[in-house]
Design a protein around this ligand. Structure first.
Ligand code: ACM
Length: 654
């Protein structure tokens, strides 16, 4: 994530609030979420193509027999089904690898492939006596199992036995298949390192919502996270920085004595293990090596890779300011964090890196970054000037284009396809370069028109690092993206030939994400919205129906102990000024059916406090507006503690 937009800083002081945000372990406890009045019995995310409900229920028996084909690629899916059907329920589950008419759960690979279902579709039939999942391929059975889980009570997610539950699923006939083949989540493991176990945990959560692609952002200014044989300093030096907490981007520059012990990397064996783990769950891992910008960790390890090797004392970034964005993109680098396109060493370095990456990751594509490269150090470099003259390059975009084309050749020489962020288009790339569109949809549309393959991951809908609600409760980032906006994502915009759109993806940049619990908080529920946008038919998307299901899934995540953001329940503040310059505060909510209560007297409002009905003006000396939403008699959102001074500032800024 980065700063394509001019930064919008909010001068908000930190408050000790009464909100759940103040207590990390209580992100969204069961108590905090209102009970549903009309919970739908079938609440699958992403919404299937077709669901036909019939009378009756299947009841999980004490002894369950699963009949499934003996395919190695199904082993994990069956183990998962077996685990879920036994641990919470206490039932005994056995598996046979032959067709068995009497089996309770039958997993069947179609002898004659159904043209409707494709590679990932499935048919799920639940009757009072049996469950049958049919698919053309193992992946379809895996997704059928995910939908089946969502038909059982939420306690099916429990890691322990749960008593007194009616272990039933409604009888249904479901036919389902994805809208697009590329359904991705990007996880930035460079800004903050996440362990192998944490990456697996992330994969476990994403597959429940039928994502099939994990894009690992493996290198950046803050860390190089993959062992490369022959370049040991990449991980001896490049994987470590100084641990800092607070507001990333504005940390003090670390002193020479501060220990560089924060970080980590994946050995090549770790990578093989992750690739295998993902594969067993029908997820491909796409590696990203982000060059020529975002390369400070590589340069701190091998300064000769930059255009200015002799000048500075390079250090892996620890969140201090290294870029000036005040004039927009491209930024001005305060420290040269770019690889030098005029240096042949860079190409032999990248040849080695790409050779090893290509061998480690079986996925067809290697993402080579290409975003936000600053040009100011290149502009003053003699070797770059000579290169421009020799190659007839007229400007720095063409210099970057020269670099990207050489890298593309290396990637293709290893039998892989080249992908880059949409800035690569500025360098006039051949249509064989695949493009990931992040600066909105526009660049993806342009690229598709030029016959590039495109993955849509626009910051406008799919940037999971953006704040989900007001900066007063969310960790501060320069932009916001609410759940309802994410839900509007359509990876295939009108006016483009869909054959060039490979799919869509949400991106979790982790500058402000210090741990896996926060990574989950940022991913869910917006990850539900993107999952539905890339899987479900667009005509089946419906915000209020979706949100009903989201509420059900909050309860599932509670039981699975996966964190999520309850921000969608928080009130929204809008401000204006009356004709006589009085501050006017408007409160609203993102979802229907919530009441808003407030106080100006510093006490914590509940539903016996004034209920918001129309714009309010604070009493003359009030310092704080406290607001909370309720659903009926139960608190829904978190207690928002908003200084009047902050609202005044916002009103003056308008
Ligand atoms: C990006 O967010 N700079 C790809």
């Amino acid at each position: 994530m980065k700063r394509f937009f001019l930064l919008l800083f909010f001068n908000v002081i930190s408050y000790a609030t009464f909100s759940q945000n103040a207590a990390p372990e209580s992100s969204a406890t069961t108590e905090s979420i209102p009970s549903f009045n009309n919970a739908p019995e079938v609440a699958i995310i992403p919404e299937p193509v077709s669901v036909v409900k019939s009378e009756g229920h299947f009841v999980i028996p004490e002894n369950i027999l699963i009949a499934a084909p003996a395919l190695p690629e199904l082993k994990q899916a069956i183990a998962f089904l077996q685990e879920r059907l036994s641990i919470p329920t206490g039932s005994f589950v056995s598996v046979v690898n032959t067709h068995n008419q009497a089996a309770t759960v039958k997993l069947i690979i179609n002898e004659k492939a159904s043209s409707v279902l494709g590679k990932e579709g499935y048919q799920l039939s639940v009757t009072p006596s049996h469950i049958t999942i049919r698919a053309n391929k193992a992946a379809g059975l895996f997704y059928g199992i995910q939908s089946l889980m969502q038909l059982f009570p939420k306690e099916i997610e429990s890691k322990e036995p749960v008593e007194e539950i009616n272990w039933t699923a409604p009888c249904v006939e479901i036919t389902d298949y994805p809208r697009v083949g590329w359904r991705g989540l990007m996880f930035d493991v460079a800004r903050h390192f996440f362990t192998k176990a944490e990456v697996k945990q992330y994969i476990d959560a994403m597959v429940r919502y039928k994502y099939n692609l994990l894009h690992l952002h493996l290198t950046d200014d803050e860390g190089w996270r993959i062992e490369i044989k022959g370049y040991p300093k990449l991980t001896e030096v490049g994987a470590w920085n100084v641990k800092k907490v607070g507001e990333f981007g504005n940390f003090s520059t670390p002193g020479p004595d501060e220990p560089r012990t924060y970080g980590g990397f994946y050995t090549q064996d770790d990578i093989r293990e992750l690739v295998q783990y993902a594969k067993e769950r029908f997820v491909d891992i796409m590696p990203e090596i982000d060059v020529p910008g975002h390369s400070l960790a590589a340069i701190a390890s091998y300064p000769e890779l930059s255009c200015t090797p002799a000048a500075p004392n390079y250090r892996v970034r620890s969140g201090e300011r290294i870029m000036d964005w005040s004039r927009g993109a491209p930024p001005t680098a305060l420290v040269d964090n770019t690889l030098c396109p005029a240096n042949e060493l860079v190409y032999s370095f990248l040849d080695t890196v790409i050779t090893q990456v290509a061998q480690l990751f079986p996925f067809d594509y290697i993402h080579m970054g290409g975003d936000e490269a600053p040009f100011n150090f290149w502009e003053k470099n003699d070797a770059i000037k000579a290169l421009m003259q020799k190659e007839g390059l007229k400007n720095m975009h063409q210099v970057q284009g020269y670099f990207e084309k050489r890298i593309q050749k290396i990637v293709e020489a290893k039998g892989k396809k080249f992908m880059g962020w949409d800035e690569i288009l500025d360098g006039d790339m051949p249509s064989s370069a695949a493009v990931m569109s992040w600066r909105g949809m526009k660049y993806g549309i342009d690229a598709a028109k030029k016959k590039h393959e495109v993955v849509m991951s626009p910051s406008t809908y799919a940037y999971l690092d953006y704040m989900q609600a007001d900066v007063i409760t969310e960790p501060k980032v320069y932009a916001s993206l609410r759940l309802s906006k994410s839900y509007e994502f359509d990876p295939i915009p009108a006016g483009v030939d869909p054959k060039f759109i490979k799919g869509g993806q949400a991106n979790l940049w982790t500058e402000q994400v210090y741990n896996i619990r926060q990574a989950e908080y940022m991913t869910w529920p917006r990850g539900f919205a993107i999952a539905e946008s890339v899987w479900s038919p667009p005509e089946k998307k419906n915000w209020s129906n979706f949100f009903n299901r989201v509420e059900q899934h909050f309860k599932r995540l509670d039981i699975a102990e996966t964190k999520y953001a309850p921000s969608v329940y928080d009130p929204i503040f809008s401000v204006s000024r009356s004709a006589d310059k009085q501050l006017m505060i408007e409160l609203s909510t993102e979802v229907q059916g919530l009441d808003i209560y407030y106080s100006f007297d510093n006490s914590f409002p509940d539903r016996f406090y004034p209920k918001y009905t129309e714009k309010i003006t604070p009493p003359k000396d009030a310092a704080t507006l406290k607001v909370i939403t309720y659903k009926g008699k139960k608190p829904a959102g978190r207690m928002m503690v908003m200084p009047i001074e902050e609202l005044n500032k916002r009103a003056w800024r308008k």
